[in-house]
Design a protein around this ligand. Sequence first.
Ligand code: NDP
Length: 445
Amino acid sequence: MHPYIRRTLEAVHKRNPGETIFQQAVQEVLESLEQVIQEHPEIEEQNILERLCEPERQIAFRVPWQTDTGAYAVNRGYRIEFSSALGPYKGGLRFHPSVTGSVIKFLGFEQIFKNSLTGLQIGGGKGGSDFDPKGKTDGEIMRFCHSFMTELARHIGEKTDVPAGDIGVGGREIGFLFGQYKRLTNRYELGVITGKPPAMGGSYVRKEATGYGAVYFAREILSTQGQDFEGQRVVVSGSGNVALYAIQKLQSLGAQVVGCSDSGGSLFDPAGLDFEALKLLKEIERKRLVEYLKIHDRAEYRASEKVWSIPCDIAFPCATQNELAREDAQLLIKNGCTLICEGANMPCTPEAIKAFEEASVILAPAKAANAGGVAVSNLEVQQNANWQQWKPKQVDEQLQTIMKQIHKNCLFYAERYGQAGNLIHGANIGGFIRVAEAMRDLGHV
Ligand code: NDP
């Protein structure tokens, strides 16, 4: 390992003790940069790596709110404004009981490179809370969102920091958050948050963009091999926003999607998942996945089992970080899977990635493959700036163009820095170089 990379990793460990998930994310990026550091000594001279690994600003705050029964509840809110070298901080908000400062920091760090790869002018940030939306009523969700925004509002702005959704934060939550922002500031500042429902200035295709984008990215990979999705057997983990719209797009391109999951287990439908039934269950009725069996008794719900045991040609991990471990990778390889496309952020553990590399399974990394969400968020900001709303087809075409370009960039940077065909290195290097150049040109700020 290059001594400068080793020293930086040591500094990151020392400065962020116990934050293993953040350390994992940093290590994965820095390990790709050996040759870049050798060719560009100014990176070390200007200590760009260590500066980049230190968030520009970290905010943590109390979120008090009241339950329907009148109980006084409290959660912790976070916003990490990681890097504004390329533009206003941009990244989603996650509401999930597993959220900690380290989780938000890892997500914010990943976001820097993802946003850079889109080629758009967006910096990296992330936020959220350990609030668990599961089982809460609409009233409780609204009170929580309003309280969360009461604190967050002073830190965000369309030219400062633009949040969006992530796990546990969809159109309903974004609506409540924007409502409180509008009330507090007395400004209909559309571009302050993205993922808004279209009626209040949201972009068409934003809801679908992360899932669609991941499928478009995988389509590029397949096309370099003279293949397409027709007849391919696919499994997708999760059944939330990213998973749902990946499933829809996969099916429209001819794939047979036979499995998905939630935190309780996995669903196998030998006839191919019924997208409309899934959408109704998960997005509209907000029910558990097991209820799918009431609609299709041909299907099977395997409690506490991951979706990776279902044989497939292609797998889309679209639930959460580190959800695909070494033994899952080995099972997928044994069952003939040849392509993994990461819809979730950092879903594969380092050991799983190694197993895929050893078996020559292609891995499309999250930074590139799931960048469609943030890309369309940025298109939403552009529409908002001009008080316009583009047609769904126009947004979708731009999304396809962006995903194509990201794939090209990954291949280009992988080859340019001696790792031809390795999309993980290509994404890390391509994302890094643009940010590093901006940091160099901005000076020591
Ligand atoms: P949602 O909250 O809509 O859905 C999350 C899904 O993952 C649910 O089905 C959930 O099941 C499942 N899940 C969560 N934790 C676990 C777990 N520990 N084990 C198994 N399943 C789990 O979130 P999104 O679809 O928005 O996000 C999914 C992933 O995609 C995340 O990694 C997110 O960071 C990433 N992402 C999202 C973007 C977006 O635009 N939404 C953009 C870029 C990345 P259950 O309901 O049981 O909890």
